[in-house]
Design a protein around this ligand. Structure first.
Ligand SMILES: Cc1cc2nc3c(=O)[nH]c(=O)nc-3n(C[C@H](O)[C@H](O)[C@H](O)COP(=O)(O)OP(=O)(O)OC[C@H]3O[C@@H](n4cnc5c(N)ncnc54)[C@H](O)[C@@H]3O)c2cc1C
Length: 230
């Protein structure tokens, strides 16, 4: 997880002077994790405040169909689903606010959280739900084919690649896990590994090497990506 804009690692975070708001429960992030936490906290009378961050609704607002979330038999678009989650959290009294958490001081209690470098909130509890960001390779074509041949999530999109040949880039546990998952759906999985060896745990490597339709290309650096057939 990257705390991109939060100086969590600094020993002496800069806490501005001024009015301080006190809250029982502060939730940082408004993706599925943030709103789920808010629903539970609000129902426990903790009057949660959600600071939404630069991507209100989180990563799912960047996708079209979400088919694997229980409760939507016809599927749902990511933005609609996140609007529903927000409404549900607000129904129980969650206070959702625009803003970016720019510093925190967890060495004091109540914890201090700075929003947009100026507003200080003192919170009895803080839930960090700042999500994660997929590591892309940086090819211009990657963005072009995102959602129509390029994906950063096998369990989300693997279904669309049934019976096809796919490539997974990476040599760690995540890549090994995704390759093994896709091998159950796809005709062939090429695992492209930059180093001469896999970094994945021994157990994950064993699964990769025992799976007949996974072929490992080590010492191989991808230079571009193209979608041959869609
Ligand atoms: C294109 C795409 C398609 C996907 N499709 C699917 C799918 O079909 N099915 C599926 O199960 N999963 C899918 N995923 C994965 C899914 O989106 C993530 O697993 C999920 O969003 C993670 O939820 P989260 O709440 O942990 O974090 P995120 O959704 O990443 O939300 C993080 C939140 O934290 C906020 N934040 C970050 N830093 C700060 C800060 N300093 N201050 C305040 N707020 C901050 C952001 O603004 C954001 O609101 C997809 C992902 C992508 C990118």
């Amino acid at each position: 997880m990257e705390f991109k804009s939060m100086n969590l690692s600094e020993n002496t975070p800069v806490i501005p002077e001024g009015d301080v708001e006190k809250v029982k429960c502060l939730i940082v992030g408004s993706g599925p994790a943030g709103y789920t936490a808010a629903i539970y906290a609000a129902r426990a009378n903790l009057n949660p405040v959600v600071i939404e961050g630069l991507q209100p609704g989180g990563q799912l607002t960047t996708t079209t169909e979400v088919d694997n979330f229980p409760g939507y038999p016809q599927g749902v678009t990511g933005p609609d689903m996140m609007a529903d989650l927000k409404k549900q959290a607000e129904r129980f009294g969650t206070d959702c606010r625009w803003g970016l958490v720019t510093a925190v001081d967890f060495s004091v209690y109540p914890h201090k959280v700075v929003v947009d470098e100026k507003k200080v909130i003192e919170a009895e509890s803080v839930i960090l739900a700042t999500g994660a960001t997929a590591k892309y390779l940086g090819f211009p074509t990657e963005e072009k084919y995102m959602g129509s041949g390029v994906s950063a999530c096998a369990t989300c999109d693997g279904f669309f690649y049934r019976g096809k040949d796919v490539a997974v880039v990476g040599g760690g546990d995540t890549a090994a896990e995704e390759a093994t998952y896709l091998a159950g759906l796809c005709k062939k999985v090429y695992l492209i590994v930059r180093k001469p060896f896999l970094r994945a745990s021994k157990a994950m490597q064993d699964r990769v090497f025992k799976t007949e339709n996974i072929e490992v290309y080590s010492s191989t650096i991808p230079r571009n990506c193209m979608v041959m057939e869609w």
